[in-house]
Design a binder for this molecule. Structure first.
Ligand SMILES: Cc1ncc(COP(=O)(O)O)c(C=O)c1O
Length: 443
């Protein structure tokens, strides 16, 4: 099996003595190949709102972290966690209002049919359980993902990690569809709509292959905005057409909202609402507890009840009262501070500023994204659109030196990924783009 690893700094390159000592210790204590960001890995010791502070007191504008969704150390979340942790923390085999209150408030943000919640601790577990539910309810085993997918780290979910492995290495019950790519359209697709048609054709082929092999189709698992794939522009009806085709084949559609959820796209609370489809199962994670581990699967009552009646599922730390207190407070802050509208407004403002930079720098081949999840693709030539991952990584590392934290993703590893905490303001965006212009001027 071909396994690609996550990017790591080149340990043979110069690094500060502080980072070097911590990296050596990390490798000795935790083993090798533990992913870190940046050529000079950063040691944060404190966070507040959209700001992070390193061990030497340097301040960084966080343009990357969706875990601290409502801002680092948000006082309301901190207070809720402190209050609950000093009162009681147990597990889910006792009765507790927090787990019920949260399930009630969370599911109220979904279509009325998606009205039950199974708690987990991580997004990986949520996807793992959602796939088990789909398999159990459909009686089929086959799973389809995109050809550049990451959905987590359990054994089952890792098998779907096409971001790390080649198509030939996939188990026979896993098939792929091409990830939508609005900038590098396939040679025989004239526009987004034709790209969409081709993806649907591929889906039909993958379904047929699973059926022929006797697996049938249990589920198509997608991130509604294809975040890890590079958050492309989508044909308006792509996700609803995928859903229709999956249902016609007797399968279920799972929306992995670990990255796209909780208002990130600005247009709605959930990525599936923003991109126009109704999934059978929705998986949640990262932002849910603003850093406190809590995740889950939201689904219909009939699916939940079939699963619960046929499987024993217990997860010691999931839905503990403190995790639920963190999640309750996070949900309240999203609404109290109108953060979904903020994502829409500041997201649009940011993309306009990025477009201005694109006019000035030929290396910025394409700008895209929605809400507070956007970025730009680096190319060495706009005509050929040849991906330039070296410049993308250089920019990311230079921005870190300038005190701005961002990432690089996409199947060509050349897409700046900007996904700040949701209270990100226009003045934060101004600082980000002033710095980006300065860095690009020097490259
Ligand atoms: C789309 C998506 N799904 C699932 C996961 C796994 O979540 P976790 O790391 O909480 O297990 C990730 C993590 O990066 C992700 O990006």
């Amino acid at each position: 099996m071909v396994v690609r690893s996550m990017s790591n700094p080149d340990l043979s390159q110069p690094m500060s003595s502080h980072a070097r000592a911590m990296m050596d210790r990390r490798e000795r204590l935790l083993g090798p190949n533990n992913p870190t960001f940046y050529d000079e890995p950063v040691n944060f010791v404190r966070g507040e709102g959209v700001w992070l502070y390193d061990h030497a007191g340097q301040r960084y504008l966080d343009c990357y972290n969706n875990v601290a969704h409502v801002g680092h150390c948000h006082p309301k979340v901190v207070e809720a966690v402190c209050r609950q942790t000093s009162t009681l923390n147990t597990h889910s085999r006792y009765l507790h209002d927090n787990m019920l209150d949260y399930a009630e408030r969370l599911t109220a943000t979904f279509d009325p049919s998606l009205n039950t919640l199974l708690y987990t601790c991580t997004g990986s577990e949520a996807n793992d359980v959602a796939l088990r539910m789909a398999r159990q309810v459909t009686g089929n085993q086959g799973i389809i993902v995109t050809d550049h997918a990451y959905h987590g780290n359990t054994e089952l979910v890792m098998e779907l990690g096409t971001i790390f492995s080649d198509a030939e290495s996939l188990p026979s019950y896993v098939k792929t569809i091409p990830a939508p790519d609005s900038y590098h359209l396939p040679a025989d697709a004239a526009d987004l709509e034709q790209m969409g048609d081709q993806i649907i054709d591929h889906l039909q082929e993958s379904i047929a292959a699973l059926q022929k092999a006797g697996h049938g189709l249990a589920a198509l698992l997608i991130c509604p905005i294809f975040a890890n794939e590079g958050f492309p522009d989508l044909p308006a009806d792509l996700n609803s057409r995928l859903t229709e085709a999956v249902h016609a084949a007797g399968g279920m559609i799972i929306a992995d909202e670990v990255q796209s959820g909780f208002g990130r796209c600005g247009a709605a609370m959930w990525g599936h609402q923003a991109t126009g489809f109704l999934p059978d199962l929705v998986t949640l994670g990262k932002p849910m507890g603003n850093g406190y581990p809590i995740a889950g699967v939201v689904t219909r009552a009939d699916i939940m009840s079939t699963f619960r009646q046929n499987s024993m599922y217990f997860n010691t730390f999931a839905a503990n009262p403190v995790a639920c207190a963190a999640a309750l407070a996070t949900l309240a802050v999203i609404s109290d501070e109108d953060l979904i509208n903020n994502a829409a407004t500041v997201g649009e403002y940011s993309r306009n500023r990025l477009v201005k930079l694109q006019e000035r720098f030929a290396a910025l081949g394409n700008i895209r994204g929605s809400g507070l999840f956007f970025g730009g693709e680096f190319v060495s030539d706009r005509e050929t659109k040849l991906a330039d991952s070296v410049t993308a990584r250089k920019v990311m590392n230079r921005m870190r030196e300038e005190g701005v934290i961002m990432g690089v993703i996409g199947s060509r590893d050349n897409l700046l990924k900007i996904r700040p905490p949701m209270p990100f303001s226009k003045s934060n965006a101004d600082l980000l783009f002033d710095k980006l212009q300065y860095v690009l001027d020097g490259i």
